[in-house]
Design a protein around this ligand. Sequence first.
Ligand code: SAH
Ligand code: SF4
Length: 369
Amino acid sequence: MPQPSIALSTKPDLIGLGRAALSGLLAELGVPERARAMRARQLWHWLYHQGAADLAAMTTLPASLRTELAERASLARPDVVAEQRSADGTIKWLLRFADGQTVETVYIPDVERGALCISSQVGCSLTCTFCHTGTMPLVRNLRASEILAQLLVARDRLGEWPTPAGQRQLSHIVVMGMGEPLLNYDAIRQALTIAMDPDGLAFTRRKITLSTSGIVPKITECGRELGVGLAISLHAVRDELRDELVPINRRWPIAALLEACRGYPAEDRPITFEYVMLAGVNDSDADARELVRLIAGIPAKVNLIPFNPWPGAAYRCSPPERIEAFARIVARAGYPAPVRQPRGRDILAACGQLKTASQRERGRVPEPA
Ligand code: SAH
Ligand code: SF4
């Protein structure tokens, strides 16, 4: 009997299904045990190496299995509802999921590499005062499939299937888009586990960086279970100021955050401390000296981020000479202190500028039906 169309959206996702769950699904479909691992590998090859968006294309699987899988599970990718290209080559996509919710994903090309900045939540619950996403309420967490789908869609748009053996246009993943990834840790873990699997998207641990505002217990779990590069949104060196800029600091203050960093596996890759440069707020020489004192003993690099403005923001970016002076103090103490080049500012795609258009325009234009 044909399924009512409403049932389509409730089918479980094939994208993002871990090895064990996939094996379970194949068992339910009557695939004998001895063939399950092979069938699962074939399916992953189509999904994550060939980029197949349709079961019909998966010609190494028996036709009957393809039909049954199509009935039982969904392969749907989000719709790309807008694509904007910056003068500097950065591309921002607005993706819409089956329930109508949208997120932004940003591709940042560089010499011989390219990073995709992926979102973890629709909105964010954390209200950091300098961040555009923080002015959106948290609407919901993304599912693992929706986190992975951002990578698949980007590679669709970049024309990068099958996965090249050598240099990839999309070579790095930064979990720095909308949302706080460690408040959606289970889905992030599930998605990144597949992103790192050699039979999955085959990114190495070293090519993935996750940025957090400081959800301390999850930092420890993330270190143990994923071991990806860690970036900490520090932004202030005193609790009174950090309480204001990054309000989650009231729950896990600077000392607790740095203790979690000291326990993070960073032997082969230093921890990045992100520090947004806000004129007259956190950018003095004394702040720089205190920063160096705080992170002493942690293998670290300090990423200075010029504040990216957004409509209605209450801050200004520190002047270049102030940023330089701050960077010199940090560098003299032995920590690399690169100033992050803002990318895609002209299309509101730079750090902290993401906020979906439907939210931005709410009240001014009608929402799409
Ligand atoms: N929620 C996570 C990841 C997303 S934000 C986090 O907070 O770390 C990614 C980075 O952009 C963070 O370091 C964040 O503090 C920074 N950021 C936010 N708003 C910004 C702005 N307007 N200008 C520059 N950086 C900003
Ligand atoms: Fe959320 Fe990160 Fe923005 Fe803070 S900086 S509001 S944690 S997205």
